[in-house]
Design a protein around this ligand. Structure first.
Ligand SMILES: Cc1ncc(COP(=O)(O)O)c(C=O)c1O
Length: 447
């Protein structure tokens, strides 16, 4: 493209490329941040010159020429958009010590192929760790995967065929929607409220859509942050068992609680043998070593193993051994305490700043764990997608809520935004919310 060319709207380009809209929006945001694009509210996004300046005679709308649009602040965009834990809490020194110790102890075995099921001592350590969450299982039922994302994908591949139906909460985790798209599944969403999946709607959804699998993250749900209370968990299990539909439970945020203790995972309550539990260490230790796991029994385990073998033979042995070293060193509980405290402090900062800076009529509820604040902007005002480019100009980003909904949902979905507060220290959270409020007011004036 040439300087001054207008870029297509993110929804159009996403459809053309067959990628998610969030992917395009984030790419635009990065290029805006680097000064390679310039956005003009109401007119669109344009190619800037390599150094961000429009040529003298260009028709390119420049941000600087339109101060009311807000200039990109020098101290970069405050990113509330991703799903990552805070980098300053990743245990770099501990993992370096673990890697060195493992290489010293195991030599070539640490960098050779590993068993497809996973490094046996890590499988045993995971089984032991899960007992503290009420999940009692043998090490042989633990399959180590490349993060929780691969755990979900392997389970989906083993349980479903192309064209089958997956039922989930609406909204739901973006990563399961990506899996469903790539595996060509039909997705059905069941509405949620502040207590997660509305189980009173489940019976009729199961009759109407006959799903082959239910995917659910019952504790600190992404994106809403909700926790399903015990009675709903039991109702879900009973209804799914009666309809003979397996449940894929996602537990990645379960241990990131800093309020009341959440109810046990579905797997711990499962009297029927219908729950496959997916989990991992990305959110509670670090995401980069890609260590996740599935808890799965019986014939399904062998099927999943064949899918894993075909996917990548094994999860890297060195990473598995390092995570095992970290777990058995006893470092997890102190580390988790620090991460929980930091998340709680940041949650509090986000709630206070939201109260102070977001427009009246904005709604959210305080999460008791996890890293997300799910915010509903005033209905009939600026939508999240309209707010997004203007928020970037004000130096703040978030995830557009409608991306997390299944299909064409009701119009209120357009007003949700997801804020990851865990990635920023409290002062940046305060500043980010101030920018968000300012962006909302600027966007409202342009509507
Ligand atoms: C609900 C949920 N499940 C799974 C994952 C993926 O986790 P991992 O990094 O272990 O693959 C995420 C990451 O954001 C998530 O939010």
């Amino acid at each position: 493209m040439r300087v001054g060319d207008k870029l297509p709207p993110s929804r159009v380009l996403a459809a053309q490329l067959g990628v998610s809209r969030m992917c395009v929006v984030n790419a635009y945001a990065e290029l805006l941040n680097e000064g390679l694009l310039a956005a003009s509210p109401g007119r669109g996004t344009f190619v800037a010159s390599a150094f961000g300046a429009a040529p003298e005679n260009s028709a390119l709308p420049s941000i600087a020429a339109n101060p009311s649009a807000g200039t990109l602040p020098a101290d970069s965009v405050i990113a509330f958009s991703g799903g990552a834990p805070a980098e300053e809490f990743l245990p770099v020194a501990a993992i370096r010590r673990a890697i060195e110790a493992v290489l010293e102890r195991d030599g070539a075995a640490a960098v050779a192929y590993e068993e497809t099921e996973g490094y046996p001592p890590l499988r045993a350590a995971v089984a032991q760790h899960l007992a503290s969450l009420g999940i009692r299982t043998a090490a042989e039922n633990v399959l180590i995967t490349g993060g929780c994302q691969q755990a979900l994908d392997l389970a989906v591949q083993a349980l479903l065929n192309e064209g089958d139906t997956l039922l989930t909460t609406n909204p739901t985790y973006l990563g399961i929607l990506d899996i469903a798209r790539i595996r060509r599944l039909r997705v059905v969403g069941v509405p949620v409220d502040a207590q997660g999946l509305r189980t009173e709607l489940l019976d009729s959804a199961l009759v109407a859509y006959r799903p082959h699998l239910i995917y659910i993250a019952p504790t600190h749900h992404n994106p809403t942050g909700s926790v399903m209370p015990l009675h709903r968990r039991r109702v879900l299990l009973r209804i799914a068992a009666a309809a003979d539909v397996p449940i894929l439970e996602d537990g990645v945020y379960h241990e990131l609680s800093y309020g009341d203790e959440p109810p046990p995972p579905l797997k711990a309550l499962d009297e029927y043998g219908i729950v496959v539990h997916a989990n991992g260490f990305s959110k509670i230790v670090l995401p980069g070593t890609r260590i996740g796991y599935l808890i799965v029994e019986g014939g399904l385990r062998a099927r999943i193993l064949r899918v894993k073998q075909a996917a990548d033979i094994c999860t890297p042995s060195l990473n598995q051994r390092a995570m095992h070293h970290f777990l058995v060193s006893g470092a997890l509980s102190g580390h988790l305490d620090r991460v929980r405290r930091a998340c709680q402090q940041r949650r509090d900062a986000a709630l206070k700043a939201a109260q102070r800076h977001l427009p009246s009529g904005t709604r959210w509820s305080a999460p008791s764990g996890g890293v997300y604040l799910w915010i509903e902007l005033p209905q009939h005002g600026v939508t999240a997608a309209q707010l997004y480019p203007i928020a970037l100009q004000h130096g703040v980003s978030f995830a557009i809520g409608s991306e997390f909904f299944v299909g064409e949902s009701d119009p209120s979905a357009a007003y949700f935004i997801r804020v990851n507060f865990a990635q920023q220290p409290p002062l940046r959270i305060e500043e980010g919310m101030r920018r968000l409020g300012a962006a909302w007011r600027a966007a409202s004036q342009q509507l």
